[in-house]
Design a protein around this ligand. Sequence first.
Ligand code: FES
Length: 191
Amino acid sequence: MSANPVVDPSTQTVSPAAVYPGALDPTHAAPVLPTGFEAQADELVSHYPVSKRSASLPLLHLWQETFGYISPEGIEWIAARLGLQPINILELVTFYPMFRQHPAGKIQIKVCRTLSCAMAGSYALCDHLREKCGVGEPDAHGLALSPDGKYSVEFVECIASCGTAPVIMIDDDFHENVTLPRADELLRQYS
Ligand code: FES
């Protein structure tokens, strides 16, 4: 297989045949890689000249930062890039809780569940947010998504504001001392 499967540099479209060797569905759309993605991937792989396999986690982080989650296509692409089997990548995705296999909501809510926040009621707060946002059961990675994809709610570990627990993040915004009424207010602001 070519070391560089990009066949159309203007669109960065990757041919399915190059990315998905043995793909069951040859008409399946290949991921469109943003400009510079492959160069970033190459740079990360170059840090591991002895064993490309060691670049698996860095490439997974790059994929998730770029696409928001690790799709089956991402697993195939990374495996092909590193000369591994997709199962080698999938087992990392399922083992490490920081990787998502589904897209998060358009509005992403993260609730700290570490000790200070847990003692200040973050579990009840998370239940409340899940109910208000109408999200379903969390998936294997703890992400609960509303049916319309608008909200996702998930637990995270300490986000470094233990003195103002419970703490949540909505998208990139940080909110402290979040009571249930305050959570309702925030949801109205972000709806
Ligand atoms: S325990 Fe929640 S911010 Fe540290």
